[in-house]
Design a protein around this ligand. Structure first.
Ligand code: B1M
Length: 213
């Protein structure tokens, strides 16, 4: 198989045999983010498709997730770093009820490599915990991630709870089940501060940079 297809197939098959050597080979031609957003994401999309068709079980998807995480960990040291002074502090969380964290952790890496201090609260984070963290950390923004359809709804509830707690720092939202339209029509009206939709991690960085300027 050509290199790109081999990279996607590690994710689909959930195997790491030969993975690191192939990632090193890919690094000769592509940036770490191009490798993640290209062949590795292509593999993840295929996993999602197979899972949807009941051709994969959760345990197999977990192995695919392990391959993705190992790849990101291997590529991370090669990512461009912008060692500027700290631009701001951002809290990150996967919303209540949702365990998907690969996208959120990618957002963390990219923001942290570009001058942001990140407080990563992990997965299944209820609004109370976000409110407590914001009061403690006084972050410049709060980033919410969620991949399930119900997570988009959870973001609406989270925005309401944050507003009730009189928090109004900008919220950055992202994840597969979310759209710009949903963000604008359903989440924004429930919040007193800005609510901004990021389609991917780099978009998240661009938005954060604009916010901090
Ligand atoms: Co799940 N899962 N999963 N899963 N899983 C999806 C999301 C699904 C679409 C698969 C499918 O059916 N086709 C589907 C959701 C259906 C829906 O609601 N529409 C699904 C389901 C149903 C489930 C379970 C319910 C399955 C079950 O148990 N029956 C269960 C949910 C458990 C729960 O959360 N309560 C479940 C579990 C799991 C695993 C644990 C096995 C594993 C997650 C492991 C982990 O994260 N540690 C898993 C995986 C791996 C997936 C797929 C295959 C891949 C997700 C992924 O990591 N993508 C996924 C199908 C798919 O997306 N193709 C699927 C790679 C990652 C880099 O992309 O997270 O989208 P992503 O992040 C992107 C952008 O979205 C954006 O930037 C990133 C790219 O740069 N982004 C942000 C994300 N967050 C952001 C935040 C920002 C900015 C940008 O600012 C704050």
């Amino acid at each position: 198989l050509p290199l790109e297809e081999r990279l996607a197939s590690y994710v689909v098959e959930g195997t790491k045999e030969g993975l690191l050597a192939d990632l090193d080979e890919a690094l000769l031609k592509q940036s770490p983010l191009e490798i993640i957003n290209g062949p590795l994401m292509k593999g993840m999309d295929e996993v999602g498709r197979l899972f949807n068709n009941n051709e994969l079980i959760v345990a197999e998807v977990l192995q695919s997730a392990e391959v993705m995480k190992a790849s990101v960990a291997h590529l991370e040291p090669f990512m461009e770093k912008n060692e500027s002074s700290v631009k701001g502090k951002i809290i990150l969380a996967t919303v209540k009820g949702d365990v998907h964290d690969i996208g959120k952790n990618l957002v963390e890496i990219i923001l942290a490599n570009n001058g942001y201090h990140i407080v990563n609260l992990g997965i299944k984070v209820p609004p109370d915990q976000l409110i407590e963290a914001q009061r403690r950390e006084k972050a410049d923004a709060i980033g919410l991630s969620g991949l399930l359809v119900k997570s988009a709804q959870q973001m609406v509830l989270t925005a309401q709870d944050l507003r009730n707690a009189e928090i109004d720092v900008p919220i950055l939202v992202g994840g597969a089940a979310l759209t710009r339209k949903f963000t604008k029509t359903r989440i924004s009206p429930e919040y007193d501060g800005l609510v901004l939709y990021a389609k991917d991690a780099m978009d998240g960085l661009d938005i954060a940079n604009k916010l901090m300027n």
